[in-house]
Ligand binder design. Structure first.
Ligand SMILES: Cc1ncc(COP(=O)(O)O)c(C=O)c1O
Length: 387
């Protein structure tokens, strides 16, 4: 008998499966569950985008593209970044990736050597620390808290920098907290990084979804673009999760290295998705505006409703999540979520799936219709009465 466990690379074997997935598996095993768990827009991909993809197939555009992506798409991406931030990238410094996920992966793998430390703002999306570990680096948590509106503060950053720090991962607007970093907050972070050799990986996959204020990117601050790898994509803004399309932009010496990993591991992003991406990025501003307005209505309803039923909830200003505290119930995040699922058929995600400091919180997604959200909140309210 082969002992497979013994054969698996230790770094892979030791990697924990995502805490989000575990909850979906539990929820999927039951009937009649209302989920507020998924981090995926509930809207259809705009029709003109789907049509562009269909047309590309009809025209037989089914071959590989250039490794880094089609020039037309990279040019459109460069134009969009310039329009949004004022920062100019040559299309040759842009790599079209398989979702923002691949952009994060190649950025970390291109930079991190064994022994390097990578600062990861937590709570956060689940992939950063495992990829750092796979690269032989050490993830170092920068734990944010509700009192600071889940923002990273300059003093916190300063306190964790060592001579081994290679990278700071800055994930704002944030999944799961919905926190954003304003220009002033980013200026303070930039001041700490000034004069260091630390590279920032800014994951701005939710940049199109901010409420009550413009999104600011760290690449807009001083000369930060020179030390930043910028990741964005189509999944959240254009409701294109299944198309697997994202991009990364970086200074030439970094993009050249990331491209090698992309080249060998991926070859190129799906051709049909790249055609769809050109249509999305050049003609869907009004679709984004409509979706944003609807998310905003749900966000405002949900924050008020959760506070009203006694789950104290920080007002998120980005993405499509709220991150209420469940500490008043006396339950741990996992107990809360398991009991809510088993006793009231509502699926939400325990906050500790996003880092230890997420304990005492749950993540609720409002990428669902208001009717669906209202029913789920009624059930949550009933549940809270019983604990
Ligand atoms: C913060 C964050 N970054 C990146 C991703 C990955 O998105 P993509 O579908 O573009 O790979 C997600 C997906 O949930 C996310 O929440």
């Amino acid at each position: 008998m082969i002992d497979y466990d013994k054969l698996i690379a230790r770094k892979c074997y030791d990697m924990k499966p995502s805490g989000i997935r575990r909850f979906f598996d539990l929820a999927n095993a039951r009937e009649g569950v209302i989920s507020l768990g998924v981090g995926e827009p509930d809207f259809q991909t705009p029709w003109n985008v789907r049509q562009a993809a269909i047309s590309s197939l009809e025209r037989g555009k089914t071959k590989y593209t250039a490794n880094a992506g089609m020039v037309e798409l990279k040019t459109a991406i460069a134009d969009k970044i310039r329009k949004d931030t004022g920062v100019s990238y040559e299309p040759s410094d842009i790599i079209v990736t398989v979702g923002g996920s691949e952009g994060i992966d190649i950025a970390i793998r291109a930079l991190v050597d064994p022994g390097d430390e990578v600062l990861v703002v937590e709570p956060c999306f689940v992939c950063y620390a495992p990829i750092v570990s796979l690269s032989g680096g050490t993830p170092v948590a920068l734990e944010t808290c509700a009192e600071d509106e889940f923002k990273l503060t300059a003093s916190q950053l300063k306190s964790k920098i060592t001579d081994k720090t290679k990278m700071l991962i800055l994930p704002f607007p944030n999944n799961p907290t919905g926190a954003v970093m304003d220009r002033k907050d980013l200026e303070e972070i930039a001041e700490v990084l000034d004069g260091t050799d630390i590279i920032v990986l800014t994951d701005e996959i939710y940049s199109a979804l901010t409420y009550g204020g413009e999104h600011t990117s760290i690449i807009q601050i001083g000369d930060m673009a020179e030390r930043t790898i910028y990741v964005n994509g189509f999944s959240k803004a254009y409701s294109m999760t299944g198309w697997r399309l994202g991009y990364v932009a970086a200074p030439t010496p970094l993009s050249k290295q990331m491209l090698k990993i992309h080249q060998y591991a991926i070859m190129c992003s799906p051709t049909v998705s790249q055609y769809a991406g050109i249509e999305a990025i050049t003609s869907c501003d009004s679709d984004i505006a409509k979706m944003r307005t609807e998310y905003d209505q749900r966000r405002r309803w949900l924050v008020k409703a959760l506070n009203d039923i006694g789950l104290s909830c920080f007002e998120p200003r980005g993405a499509f999540y709220v991150f209420p505290s469940i500490q008043s119930t006396g339950l741990s995040s996992e107990e809360f979520c398991e009991r809510l699922l088993n006793e009231h058929d509502v699926a939400v995600v325990p906050g500790n799936a996003f880092g230890d400091c997420g304990e005492g919180f749950i993540r609720i997604s409002y990428a669902y219709s208001l009717k669906h959200i209202m029913t789920a909140v009624e059930r949550i309210a009933e549940f809270i009465k019983t604990v």
